[in-house]
Write a protein that binds this ligand. Structure first.
Ligand code: SF4
Ligand code: SF4
Length: 316
Protein backbone atom coordinates (compact mmCIF):
# COMPACT_ATOMS: atom_id res chain seq x y z
CA UNK A 1 0.00 0.00 0.00
CA UNK A 2 3.00 2.24 -0.20
CA UNK A 3 1.87 5.26 -2.15
CA UNK A 4 3.73 5.85 -5.39
CA UNK A 5 3.80 9.12 -7.22
CA UNK A 6 5.63 12.33 -7.83
CA UNK A 7 7.48 13.43 -4.66
CA UNK A 8 7.01 17.07 -5.64
CA UNK A 9 3.24 16.61 -5.86
CA UNK A 10 1.40 18.89 -3.44
CA UNK A 11 -1.06 17.58 -0.86
CA UNK A 12 -4.03 18.91 -2.82
CA UNK A 13 -2.75 17.38 -6.05
CA UNK A 14 -2.43 14.06 -4.26
CA UNK A 15 -5.98 14.40 -2.91
CA UNK A 16 -7.35 15.23 -6.37
CA UNK A 17 -5.54 12.23 -7.84
CA UNK A 18 -7.19 10.04 -5.21
CA UNK A 19 -10.62 11.44 -6.00
CA UNK A 20 -10.97 13.83 -3.06
CA UNK A 21 -11.66 17.39 -4.13
CA UNK A 22 -10.30 20.39 -2.26
CA UNK A 23 -13.88 21.17 -1.32
CA UNK A 24 -14.45 17.69 0.16
CA UNK A 25 -11.22 17.89 2.09
CA UNK A 26 -12.18 21.27 3.49
CA UNK A 27 -15.52 19.74 4.48
CA UNK A 28 -13.68 17.01 6.41
CA UNK A 29 -11.57 19.61 8.16
CA UNK A 30 -14.67 21.63 9.00
CA UNK A 31 -16.23 18.51 10.53
CA UNK A 32 -13.00 17.98 12.46
CA UNK A 33 -13.17 21.54 13.80
CA UNK A 34 -16.81 21.10 14.80
CA UNK A 35 -16.15 17.76 16.47
CA UNK A 36 -13.10 18.99 18.37
CA UNK A 37 -14.81 22.21 19.44
CA UNK A 38 -12.48 24.45 17.43
CA UNK A 39 -13.37 27.74 15.80
CA UNK A 40 -14.69 27.01 12.30
CA UNK A 41 -12.51 29.84 11.00
CA UNK A 42 -9.58 27.49 11.58
CA UNK A 43 -10.84 24.92 9.07
CA UNK A 44 -9.02 26.37 6.01
CA UNK A 45 -5.82 26.69 8.05
CA UNK A 46 -6.10 23.09 9.28
CA UNK A 47 -6.89 21.89 5.74
CA UNK A 48 -3.85 23.70 4.35
CA UNK A 49 -1.46 22.36 6.98
CA UNK A 50 -2.90 18.83 6.96
CA UNK A 51 -2.80 18.65 3.14
CA UNK A 52 0.84 19.75 3.14
CA UNK A 53 1.74 16.92 5.52
CA UNK A 54 -0.32 14.15 3.96
CA UNK A 55 2.46 13.04 1.69
CA UNK A 56 5.07 13.16 4.43
CA UNK A 57 3.52 11.01 7.10
CA UNK A 58 3.66 7.23 6.78
CA UNK A 59 1.32 5.08 8.83
CA UNK A 60 1.76 1.61 10.28
CA UNK A 61 -1.41 -0.24 11.29
CA UNK A 62 -0.84 -3.22 13.59
CA UNK A 63 -3.45 -5.78 14.57
CA UNK A 64 -3.24 -7.69 17.83
CA UNK A 65 -6.02 -9.75 19.34
CA UNK A 66 -9.17 -8.50 17.69
CA UNK A 67 -11.83 -9.24 15.12
CA UNK A 68 -10.70 -6.72 12.45
CA UNK A 69 -13.95 -4.87 13.15
CA UNK A 70 -12.19 -1.51 13.46
CA UNK A 71 -10.70 -1.84 9.97
CA UNK A 72 -14.11 -2.93 8.74
CA UNK A 73 -15.73 0.07 10.44
CA UNK A 74 -13.32 2.35 8.61
CA UNK A 75 -14.03 0.74 5.25
CA UNK A 76 -17.79 0.82 5.75
CA UNK A 77 -17.99 4.60 6.11
CA UNK A 78 -19.39 6.52 3.19
CA UNK A 79 -19.18 10.30 3.25
CA UNK A 80 -16.89 11.94 4.12
CA UNK A 81 -14.66 9.05 3.42
CA UNK A 82 -12.17 8.42 6.24
CA UNK A 83 -10.96 5.22 4.63
CA UNK A 84 -9.96 7.17 1.50
CA UNK A 85 -7.94 9.62 3.59
CA UNK A 86 -6.29 7.00 5.74
CA UNK A 87 -5.85 4.10 3.36
CA UNK A 88 -5.45 5.83 -0.01
CA UNK A 89 -3.85 9.15 0.76
CA UNK A 90 -1.58 8.54 3.73
CA UNK A 91 1.30 6.25 3.00
CA UNK A 92 0.21 3.06 4.76
CA UNK A 93 3.35 0.96 4.99
CA UNK A 94 1.79 -1.96 6.79
CA UNK A 95 -1.74 -3.21 7.35
CA UNK A 96 -2.01 -6.98 7.83
CA UNK A 97 -5.51 -7.23 6.37
CA UNK A 98 -5.53 -4.67 3.60
CA UNK A 99 -2.05 -4.50 2.15
CA UNK A 100 -1.36 -6.31 -1.09
CA UNK A 101 2.11 -7.41 -0.02
CA UNK A 102 2.45 -10.45 2.23
CA UNK A 103 5.08 -12.37 4.15
CA UNK A 104 8.66 -11.10 4.08
CA UNK A 105 7.86 -8.29 1.66
CA UNK A 106 5.23 -6.88 4.04
CA UNK A 107 7.46 -7.16 7.08
CA UNK A 108 10.34 -5.55 5.19
CA UNK A 109 8.14 -2.57 4.37
CA UNK A 110 7.28 -2.18 8.04
CA UNK A 111 10.88 -2.62 9.17
CA UNK A 112 12.10 0.05 6.76
CA UNK A 113 9.46 2.44 8.01
CA UNK A 114 10.33 1.75 11.66
CA UNK A 115 14.01 2.35 10.96
CA UNK A 116 13.26 5.79 9.47
CA UNK A 117 10.82 6.86 12.21
CA UNK A 118 8.50 9.86 11.71
CA UNK A 119 5.31 7.79 11.35
CA UNK A 120 1.90 7.35 12.93
CA UNK A 121 1.32 3.97 14.57
CA UNK A 122 -2.23 2.68 14.81
CA UNK A 123 -3.04 -0.27 17.04
CA UNK A 124 -6.18 -2.34 16.50
CA UNK A 125 -6.83 -5.25 18.87
CA UNK A 126 -5.43 -6.03 22.29
CA UNK A 127 -2.00 -7.21 23.43
CA UNK A 128 -1.69 -10.54 25.22
CA UNK A 129 0.60 -10.54 28.26
CA UNK A 130 -0.05 -13.99 29.77
CA UNK A 131 1.95 -15.76 27.08
CA UNK A 132 3.50 -14.24 23.93
CA UNK A 133 2.31 -17.22 21.90
CA UNK A 134 -1.28 -16.00 22.11
CA UNK A 135 -0.50 -13.51 19.36
CA UNK A 136 2.45 -13.78 17.01
CA UNK A 137 3.47 -11.74 13.96
CA UNK A 138 5.71 -13.41 11.44
CA UNK A 139 6.89 -15.85 14.09
CA UNK A 140 7.68 -13.14 16.63
CA UNK A 141 5.67 -12.15 19.70
CA UNK A 142 3.22 -9.37 19.01
CA UNK A 143 4.02 -7.51 22.22
CA UNK A 144 7.71 -7.25 21.24
CA UNK A 145 6.87 -6.21 17.69
CA UNK A 146 4.42 -3.60 18.94
CA UNK A 147 6.84 -2.13 21.48
CA UNK A 148 9.52 -1.93 18.80
CA UNK A 149 7.19 -0.11 16.42
CA UNK A 150 5.96 2.22 19.19
CA UNK A 151 9.50 3.16 20.21
CA UNK A 152 10.10 5.02 16.94
CA UNK A 153 6.54 6.27 16.34
CA UNK A 154 5.66 9.93 16.65
CA UNK A 155 2.28 9.05 18.05
CA UNK A 156 0.39 5.86 18.89
CA UNK A 157 -3.34 5.82 18.20
CA UNK A 158 -5.21 2.99 19.90
CA UNK A 159 -8.40 2.34 17.93
CA UNK A 160 -11.28 0.45 19.47
CA UNK A 161 -11.73 -0.80 23.01
CA UNK A 162 -9.43 -3.81 22.60
CA UNK A 163 -6.46 -1.60 21.73
CA UNK A 164 -7.28 0.90 24.48
CA UNK A 165 -8.16 -1.34 27.42
CA UNK A 166 -8.12 -4.98 26.35
CA UNK A 167 -11.82 -4.98 25.35
CA UNK A 168 -13.59 -8.27 24.83
CA UNK A 169 -10.34 -10.34 24.78
CA UNK A 170 -9.63 -9.10 28.32
CA UNK A 171 -12.55 -11.23 29.48
CA UNK A 172 -10.57 -14.31 28.46
CA UNK A 173 -7.35 -15.91 29.69
CA UNK A 174 -4.69 -14.25 27.52
CA UNK A 175 -3.96 -11.33 29.86
CA UNK A 176 -5.15 -8.93 27.15
CA UNK A 177 -4.33 -5.26 27.75
CA UNK A 178 -4.26 -2.03 25.76
CA UNK A 179 -1.38 0.00 24.30
CA UNK A 180 -1.04 2.29 27.32
CA UNK A 181 -0.49 -0.73 29.59
CA UNK A 182 2.70 -1.82 27.83
CA UNK A 183 4.16 1.54 26.79
CA UNK A 184 5.69 4.24 28.91
CA UNK A 185 6.57 7.70 27.70
CA UNK A 186 4.85 7.26 24.33
CA UNK A 187 2.47 9.83 22.95
CA UNK A 188 -0.79 7.84 23.04
CA UNK A 189 -4.36 8.69 22.19
CA UNK A 190 -7.19 6.29 22.96
CA UNK A 191 -10.25 6.07 20.73
CA UNK A 192 -12.38 3.48 22.50
CA UNK A 193 -15.68 2.02 21.29
CA UNK A 194 -16.38 -1.31 19.67
CA UNK A 195 -15.52 -0.81 16.84
CA UNK A 196 -13.77 2.56 16.54
CA UNK A 197 -15.90 5.39 15.21
CA UNK A 198 -14.14 6.32 11.91
CA UNK A 199 -14.83 10.06 12.08
CA UNK A 200 -12.96 10.22 15.40
CA UNK A 201 -9.91 8.56 13.89
CA UNK A 202 -9.79 10.78 10.84
CA UNK A 203 -10.30 13.93 12.94
CA UNK A 204 -7.43 13.04 15.25
CA UNK A 205 -5.16 12.30 12.28
CA UNK A 206 -6.08 15.51 10.45
CA UNK A 207 -5.58 17.53 13.63
CA UNK A 208 -2.24 15.86 14.24
CA UNK A 209 -1.08 16.47 10.67
CA UNK A 210 -2.05 20.08 10.98
CA UNK A 211 -0.86 20.93 14.50
CA UNK A 212 1.78 18.27 15.12
CA UNK A 213 0.00 17.76 18.45
CA UNK A 214 -2.89 15.78 19.82
CA UNK A 215 -6.23 17.35 20.66
CA UNK A 216 -7.02 17.92 24.33
CA UNK A 217 -7.17 14.55 26.10
CA UNK A 218 -8.83 13.47 29.35
CA UNK A 219 -7.15 11.41 32.07
CA UNK A 220 -7.92 8.24 30.09
CA UNK A 221 -6.06 9.68 27.06
CA UNK A 222 -9.31 10.13 25.12
CA UNK A 223 -10.03 13.33 23.16
CA UNK A 224 -12.20 15.37 25.51
CA UNK A 225 -14.36 16.44 22.58
CA UNK A 226 -15.64 12.90 22.04
CA UNK A 227 -15.78 11.59 25.60
CA UNK A 228 -16.80 14.56 27.72
CA UNK A 229 -20.47 13.66 28.19
CA UNK A 230 -22.36 10.45 28.79
CA UNK A 231 -24.64 8.87 26.23
CA UNK A 232 -27.45 9.49 28.72
CA UNK A 233 -26.86 13.25 28.42
CA UNK A 234 -27.97 13.39 24.79
CA UNK A 235 -30.03 10.21 24.38
CA UNK A 236 -33.27 10.65 22.46
CA UNK A 237 -35.00 8.32 24.96
CA UNK A 238 -34.05 10.54 27.89
CA UNK A 239 -37.49 12.12 28.25
CA UNK A 240 -38.95 8.69 28.87
CA UNK A 241 -36.28 8.01 31.48
CA UNK A 242 -37.27 11.19 33.31
CA UNK A 243 -40.90 10.09 33.23
CA UNK A 244 -40.06 6.59 34.49
CA UNK A 245 -41.15 5.08 31.21
CA UNK A 246 -39.06 1.98 30.62
CA UNK A 247 -39.31 -0.62 27.90
CA UNK A 248 -40.14 -3.93 29.56
CA UNK A 249 -41.49 -6.04 26.71
CA UNK A 250 -39.64 -6.07 23.37
CA UNK A 251 -42.88 -7.03 21.65
CA UNK A 252 -44.94 -4.13 22.97
CA UNK A 253 -45.31 -1.78 19.99
CA UNK A 254 -46.60 1.01 22.26
CA UNK A 255 -43.35 1.31 24.22
CA UNK A 256 -40.61 0.69 21.63
CA UNK A 257 -39.21 4.21 22.03
CA UNK A 258 -39.15 4.06 25.85
CA UNK A 259 -35.94 4.16 27.90
CA UNK A 260 -33.87 0.97 27.66
CA UNK A 261 -32.49 1.07 31.20
CA UNK A 262 -34.45 -1.99 32.28
CA UNK A 263 -33.00 -3.80 29.28
CA UNK A 264 -29.50 -3.21 30.60
CA UNK A 265 -28.59 0.13 28.99
CA UNK A 266 -25.20 1.37 30.27
CA UNK A 267 -25.67 4.87 28.85
CA UNK A 268 -25.50 6.56 32.26
CA UNK A 269 -21.95 5.30 32.79
CA UNK A 270 -20.71 5.61 29.21
CA UNK A 271 -18.89 8.66 27.93
CA UNK A 272 -19.43 8.96 24.20
CA UNK A 273 -20.98 11.15 21.52
CA UNK A 274 -22.92 8.29 19.87
CA UNK A 275 -26.32 9.92 20.42
CA UNK A 276 -25.11 13.33 19.29
CA UNK A 277 -23.15 12.17 16.25
CA UNK A 278 -24.66 8.98 14.91
CA UNK A 279 -22.82 6.04 13.38
CA UNK A 280 -22.53 5.00 9.74
CA UNK A 281 -22.53 8.53 8.38
CA UNK A 282 -25.44 9.57 10.57
CA UNK A 283 -27.70 6.61 9.78
CA UNK A 284 -28.27 5.41 13.34
CA UNK A 285 -26.72 4.37 16.64
CA UNK A 286 -27.45 1.63 19.17
CA UNK A 287 -30.25 3.36 21.09
CA UNK A 288 -31.96 4.58 17.94
CA UNK A 289 -31.81 1.05 16.50
CA UNK A 290 -33.44 -0.30 19.67
CA UNK A 291 -30.36 -1.79 21.30
CA UNK A 292 -29.33 -0.86 24.85
CA UNK A 293 -25.90 0.76 25.09
CA UNK A 294 -23.34 -1.90 26.03
CA UNK A 295 -20.87 0.69 27.33
CA UNK A 296 -18.36 -0.22 24.65
CA UNK A 297 -16.29 2.95 25.01
CA UNK A 298 -15.58 2.46 28.72
CA UNK A 299 -12.55 0.72 30.26
CA UNK A 300 -14.88 -1.74 32.06
CA UNK A 301 -16.23 -3.08 28.78
CA UNK A 302 -16.88 -6.00 28.32
CA UNK A 303 -16.59 -8.13 31.43
CA UNK A 304 -17.10 -5.24 33.86
CA UNK A 305 -20.53 -4.57 32.35
CA UNK A 306 -21.62 -8.17 31.83
CA UNK A 307 -24.29 -9.46 31.68
CA UNK A 308 -25.09 -6.76 29.17
CA UNK A 309 -28.80 -6.86 28.54
CA UNK A 310 -30.21 -7.46 32.01
CA UNK A 311 -32.33 -5.17 34.16
CA UNK A 312 -29.92 -3.85 36.84
CA UNK A 313 -32.60 -4.51 39.45
CA UNK A 314 -32.48 -8.19 38.59
CA UNK A 315 -28.68 -8.46 38.76
CA UNK A 316 -27.28 -10.23 41.79
S1 SF4 B 1 -31.87 4.45 26.94
FE1 SF4 B 1 -30.02 4.47 28.23
S2 SF4 B 1 -28.94 6.34 27.68
FE2 SF4 B 1 -31.04 6.53 26.90
S3 SF4 B 1 -32.15 7.58 28.55
FE3 SF4 B 1 -32.40 5.40 28.91
S4 SF4 B 1 -30.72 4.85 30.31
FE4 SF4 B 1 -30.23 6.85 29.42
S1 SF4 C 1 -24.25 3.57 22.08
FE1 SF4 C 1 -22.97 2.55 23.63
S2 SF4 C 1 -22.70 0.42 22.87
FE2 SF4 C 1 -23.43 1.68 21.15
S3 SF4 C 1 -21.56 2.28 20.11
FE3 SF4 C 1 -22.10 3.94 21.53
S4 SF4 C 1 -20.94 3.48 23.41
FE4 SF4 C 1 -20.95 1.62 22.16
Amino acid sequence: MKREGNPSESGYQLLERKGISRRDFLKMCTITCTALGLDLCLAPQIAEAAAANLSKKPLIWMQGQGCTGCSESLLASLDPSPDQIILDVLSVRYHPTLMAAAGEQAVQSMEECIAKGNYILVLEGSIPTADPRYCMVEGKSFIDQFKKAAANAEVVIAVGSCACYGGIPRAGFTGAVGAQDVLSGAKIVNLPSCPVKPDRLVSVILYYLSENALPLLDELKRPVAYYRYTLHDSCDRRLHFEKDEFLEDWNDAETTDYCLYHKGCKGQDTYTTCAASWWNDGVSYCGHAGSPCAGCSEPEYYDGFAPLFVNPKEEK
